[in-house]
Design a protein around this ligand. Structure first.
Ligand code: ADP
Ligand code: MG
Length: 544
């Protein structure tokens, strides 16, 4: 009996596992070389020819246009990690790949996938408990440690060159939007923080400004631009003549009729402007358009108006001014008016807007070119997330591979208490975590085998903070030297790497409606380390 179409493909059991594992490992190996401060960048060229140069794991994977279903599961690890923690994407994906590599060895020894999965789950849970045990507490006002966290997250990224200036800005920015809850915990409201990017100046000139920065011009040259006590209206309704119904056309037979028609339009615009005047507003940020004639009326009334304000800016202005966005001008009243100050920077062609009860801040990031500032923004964005997570979570870890080596050591001890084949899987999990210090060393051109031996020895001797200084090649207390990570991101990375590996291991049968491998099992025969066999890394060409 034939139940599948001609084009369908079916791969079963070990073949299915091998196929999936090599696809997943291919993805992991693609990002590995970017790990750590000495990691390399990747240049990604999309199908439109747009170029992104980045070191950011999740950006690389998103731009890679992967259409292999297994590989996509690994990409999801990176995306979850990015959403949950803002950092550690490369680590999470690399660990997932290494878990699968080690799992493959176990499968080859005829250990059943179920035992491997169970062992990985035990190890993942145990490792996360241990993270909590190893973590150091950090206060929301411990600026020095938070700056180390920000700098560690920025190393190896475009933001690195000016990382001291930027780390200072990031920490001040996050502290500025942090409030202490009744129970003493800290809540960071990132909705009150916005990044604005500008080219033409160096990154070191970036600054943190109170309130919102709006990159817009007044609609009319004769409008006032500076208000110390402004009444601000946020409007998402066009100040334009209302469009007649689509199918009514206006027949103009005589000059009289034309004049009447124009008068009507004029009256309508006048009424809209009067509504604004009556509301008491002297500044209007409008998300929609403003008719020329209305611009003229507004200028005459001494009202500053800005049109086509970006939606994201409107939302942020609403936060900064603690206000509402009016969607129907007919219903506007003085209650909808927010109080604040508006200043114009004529050189930069920006407006600075602050609320009366100042909250909300803008990080104005400078970079020499568009590419530079884009990568800078990714790095700073991640650093903000990481510092915010650290402030609300209150726990940090020693970086440079220290935490991974310590976890591996504890996992190996723990493995002794695990019975059966699962024990081997727990040990394989410990080995996989040590991929991080190994790759950090490799990417820095250091001897990874020797260094791992040194690291293990230091941890055996009780130094839980012993990590790798990739610049000197020394093993040192990375917590002391300021290579500090956030505990929450590490827990998340371990959890999602284990989940993804287990998801892949559970599959023993692949039934595809079409061809599984569009780019064919090329000369690499589906082996990891290249695009070969990873169906459809379209558009990447030889860029990897
Ligand atoms: P990820 O996407 O996983 O965050 P990164 O490229 O940011 O990848 O690299 C993070 C790793 O680099 C972490 O293990 C971190 O501890 C390590 N690291 C960062 N700065 C240093 C440093 N100065 N020395 C040694 N290791 C560092
Ligand atoms: Mg990072």
């Amino acid at each position: 009996m034939i139940i599948m179409g001609d084009d369908a493909q079916r791969v079963k059991d070990r073949d299915a596992q091998e196929y999936n594992i090599s696809a997943a490992r291919g993805v992991a190996e693609a990002v590995r070389s970017t790990l750590g401060p000495k990691g390399m960048d990747k240049m990604l060229v999309d199908s439109m020819g747009d170029v992104t140069i980045t070191n950011d794991g999740v950006t690389i994977l998103q731009e890679m246009d992967i259409d292999n279903p297994t590989a996509e599961m690994i990409v999801e690890v990176a995306e979850t990690q990015e959403d949950e923690a803002g950092d550690g994407t490369t680590s999470a994906v690399a660990i997932a790949g290494e878990l699968l590599k080690n799992a493959e060895d176990l499968l080859e020894q005829d250990i059943h996938p179920t035992a491997v999965i169970k062992g990985f789950n035990l190890a993942s849970e145990y490792a996360r408990d241990q993270v909590d045990d190893i973590a150091h507490d950090v206060d929301a006002d411990d600026t020095e440690t938070l700056q180390s966290v920000a700098e560690t997250s920025m190393t190896g990224k475009g933001a690195e060159l000016e990382k001291e200036v930027l780390a200072d800005l990031v920490v001040r920015a996050v502290q500025g939007v942090t409030v202490e809850a009744d129970d003493g915990s800290h809540v960071v409201d990132l909705a009150n923080l916005k990044i604005e990017t500008r080219t033409g100046r160096s990154a070191g000139e970036s600054e943190l400004l109170s309130g919102a920065v709006i990159d817009k011009d007044p609609v009319h040259d004769d409008m006032p631009t500076d208000f110390e006590d402004a009444n601000v209206l946020l409007l998402n309704d066009p100040i334009e003549v209302e469009e007649a119904d689509v199918d009514t056309s206006v027949n103009v037979d005589s000059p009289d009729q034309l004049q009447k028609f124009l008068d009507q339009e004029e009256a309508q615009l006048r009424e809209k402007v009067d509504q604004i005047v009556d509301s008491g507003a002297d500044v209007v940020f409008c998300q929609k358009g403003i008719d020329d004639l209305a611009q003229h009326y507004l200028a005459k009334e001494g009202i500053l108006a800005v049109r086509r304000t970006k939606k994201s800016d409107m939302k942020f202005l609403k936060n900064v001014l603690d206000s509402v966005i009016v969607t129907d001008l007919d219903s506007v009243s003085s209650e909808d008016i927010a109080r604040g100050s508006v200043r114009r920077d004529a050189d930069e062609e920006l407006f600075y807007v602050e609320g009366e009860d100042a909250h909300g801040a803008t990080l104005l990031l400078y970079g020499s070119t568009e590419h530079v500032v884009d990568e800078l923004e990714r790095g700073v964005n991640d650093a903000i997330d990481v510092v915010a997570t650290t402030v609300s979570d209150g726990r940090t870890l020693p970086g440079g591979g220290a935490i991974e080596v310590e976890l591996a050591r504890r996992l190996r001890d723990y493995a002794d208490s695990v019975s059966g084949r699962e024990q081997l899987a727990v040990e394989a999990f410990a080995d996989a975590l040590e991929l991080i210090p190994r790759v950090l060393a490799e990417n820095a051109g250091l001897d990874s085998i020797d260094l791992l031996v040194d690291l293990r020895a230091a941890h055996e001797a009780g130094d839980a903070n012993a990590g790798l200084n990739v610049f000197t090649g020394e093993v040192e207390d990375t917590f002391e030297t300021g290579v500090v990570e956030t505990a929450h991101a590490k827990e998340q990375a371990i959890a999602s790497a284990a989940e993804a590996a287990n998801l892949v291991l559970k599959i023993d049968d692949i039934i595809a409606a079409g061809d599984l491998s569009t780019s064919g099992d090329g000369d690499e025969g589906g082996a990891p380390g290249g695009a070969g066999g990873m169906g459809g890394m379209g558009g990447m060409g030889g860029a990897m």
